[in-house]
Ligand binder design. Structure first.
Ligand code: FES
Ligand SMILES: [Fe+2]
Length: 397
């Protein structure tokens, strides 16, 4: 991908339909708006659920709670190797079938009265079956949920009849990530926390580089030395999703700390913003610089790729003023202690940066709740935030 932006490009000229005016936040955090987002966004769209390699073998499962939809979903590998998804509700009297967050089972057996379901969700065994009335087991399998897999990411759709396939939903975003070696990056670090703010406020923290020079003065000092680095290098707004690339410091401009100097001889360099790396792993014909490409998958998932590692953010709404934030980093398996050390160093830099991102959120929520302001005033480089609010408004209007 060519470096072409000098900081002067005007994204709002590229996307004139978004306008340049203030963005209304009047209803952004109300219960009414939250209820609309549940019905029209979270119960209708494909939602990222997990990596497929979390459940590699028959009977492996995870349970995914989508609180905003009052849904507990089982994702399980069946005997034929397919990933299936079901509502985690027993057909007898609605008990939760699987109680653990993850595990392996030969059958899904309800702890209340012992109804047992096969890995394909069909009802296999009912104690005292002959005491039920007009009862046919084949009528009482677990309620299925639409599920599909893209690049090893499992997505679910809570709509009983999804209006589009996963690939239709992802659209052009799949082109910009084609060939990225997700399958090779299997070492995972996970952080999660509950934040007292609306899910959209958490999303906003990751949709622009304008804040980087200020919020990330400690973890990414290159940006406070040169705030112009906060201008995106490229922005692509799709129908619902978004790709944007942050700039990297010029080669040699990053002031390497002694620890980085040691660590980054052996692995990916995050702090040097994520530095001017090229990739030999991509299948793409042209050499691409993956400095740092952030991808927001509407509504609530970020997939941010660098050369040699990627990370994800997931924002799961718990209430209008509370969100479960889950952050995962993916590296290659370390083959030596030095690679392990390098990954730990990168992990800590990124962890600190994400902690810094968290630091503004609850203040922003309180500021919005105070109700004194009716709109955000957005500059050109915040065009992704602008698009996001337009999308939410369009879906919930
Ligand atoms: S509620 Fe599951 S067997 Fe009764
Ligand atoms: Fe940030």
């Amino acid at each position: 991908m060519d470096v072409k932006n000098t900081g002067q490009e005007r994204w709002t000229l590229k996307y004139p339909e978004l306008g340049t005016g203030p963005v209304s936040i009047e209803t952004a955090i109300t219960q009414e708006q939250y209820d609309l987002e549940r019905e029209r966004i979270f119960k209708k769209m494909w939602l990222q659920a997990c990596r497929e390699d979390l459940i590699p073998n028959a009977g492996d499962y995870i349970v995914k709670d989508i609180e905003i939809c009052d849904a507990s979903i089982i994702l399980i590998r069946d005997k034929e190797g397919a990933v299936r998804a079901f509502h985690n509700v027993c057909r007898h009297r609605c008990n939760k079938v699987l109680w653990d967050e993850s595990g392996n089972c030969r059958a899904m057996t309800c702890k209340f009265h012992g109804w047992a379901y096969k890995l394909d969700g069909s009802l296999a065994d009912v104690p005292d079956e002959d005491r039920f009335f007009d009862f046919k087991k084949e009528d009482h399998g677990l309620v299925p949920v639409a599920v599909d897999v893209w690049e090893g990411f499992v997505f679910i759709n809570l709509d009983p009849s999804p209006k589009e396939t996963l690939l239709e939903f992802l659209g052009e975003l799949t082109d910009s990530l084609k060939g990225y070696p997700f399958d090779n990056l299997t070492k995972v670090f996970t952080y999660e926390t509950e934040v007292n703010c609306n899910w959209k406020v958490v999303i906003d923290a990751f949709q622009e580089g304008y804040h980087v020079a200020y919020v990330h003065g400690k973890s990414l000092p290159d940006f406070s030395r040169d705030p112009a680095l906060g201008h995106p290098q490229d922005v692509k707004l799709y129908e619902r999703h978004t790709s944007f690339q942050q700039q990297s410091p010029e080669p040699g401009a990053h002031q390497t700390t002694p620890v980085e100097g040691l660590a980054f001889q052996y692995g990916v360099q995050i702090a040097g913003a994520i530095s001017q790396v090229t990739t030999g792993d991509l299948e793409a014909q042209e050499k691409k610089s993956w400095g740092f490409m952030a991808n927001r998958l509407f509504p609530n998932f970020f997939l941010d790729v660098l050369d040699g590692m990627y990370f994800t953010h997931e924002m799961l709404p718990l209430s209008p003023g509370k969100t479960l934030f889950r952050h995962k980093m993916y590296f290659p398996e370390a083959k030596s202690l030095s690679e392990h050390f390098s990954q730990e160093a990168s992990k800590c830099v990124l962890r600190d940066a994400v902690l810094e991102d968290m630091s503004t959120l609850e203040h922003t929520q309180k500021g919005m709740e105070a109700g004194k302001l009716k709109a955000f005033i957005l500059q050109d480089d915040e065009v992704v935030v602008r698009q996001f609010y337009k999308l939410v408004e369009d879906y919930t209007a």
